[in-house]
Design a protein around this ligand. Structure first.
Ligand code: HEC
Length: 155
């Protein structure tokens, strides 16, 4: 019996040593940075959440244009720009996006946002209407290109 327990301790010793060693390696700076990176990834809002912000400001922009509230139209355009900037800065993506968001930002949003800002500053109702329609079409083109054609944004 005594012999058996001595044998067991001798066998267990390397196992314990090995598991301690495992813990020590997780304390190294590289793996700590990796686990922090993981946490950051988990805390980032998903693309769908930013899209809901797009929808909100898109609809408020429509209302502002209808009511000829140019200051509000300018503000809502800025909010759309800010939302897009965050998606780019945080490198938000998901399995549906065929390219990085910044690619589609340049293709579909950048010019539309700039034209809307200029139109709002000039209180140009007809340019606001034209560019708002262009923006809505571009939202839908990007949905089409990224397997989301069933999310149809109405002007
Ligand atoms: C990069 C191309 C792209 C552009 C540009 C884009 N979308 Fe999206 N949109 C997506 C993708 C991809 C999804 C699916 C997100 C997901 O998987 O949760 C989506 C989803 C949505 C949804 C559904 C969100 C939900 O959870 O119900 C809405 C609403 C939406 N977009 C609105 C807009 C509006 C408004 C615009 C224009 C101002 C716009 N999107 C521009 C790619 C785009």
């Amino acid at each position: 019996m005594k012999i058996f327990s001595t044998m067991t301790s001798l066998l267990l010793f390397p196992v314990l040593l090995f598991s301690c060693h495992q813990q020590i390696t997780t304390d190294n700076p590289t793996s700590s940075i990796d686990s922090l990176k993981n946490i950051i990834e988990q805390l980032k809002p998903g693309l769908g959440e930013f899209m809901l912000q797009f929808e909100l400001h898109h609809d408020r922009l429509a209302k502002a244009i209808r009511e000829k509230n140019y200051e509000r139209a300018n503000y809502e355009t800025d909010e759309l720009k800010e939302t897009a900037k965050k998606i780019v800065q945080l490198h938000i993506t998901n399995e549906k996006l065929q390219q990085p968001f910044s690619f589609f930002y340049d293709k579909y949003l950048k010019a539309a946002f700039e034209n809307l800002s200029i139109a709002a500053e000039n209180k140009d109702e007809s340019a606001l209407n034209t560019n708002f329609l262009a923006l809505t079409n571009n939202c839908n083109s990007c949905h089409h290109e990224n397997n989301m054609a069933f999310v149809k944004i109405e002007p």
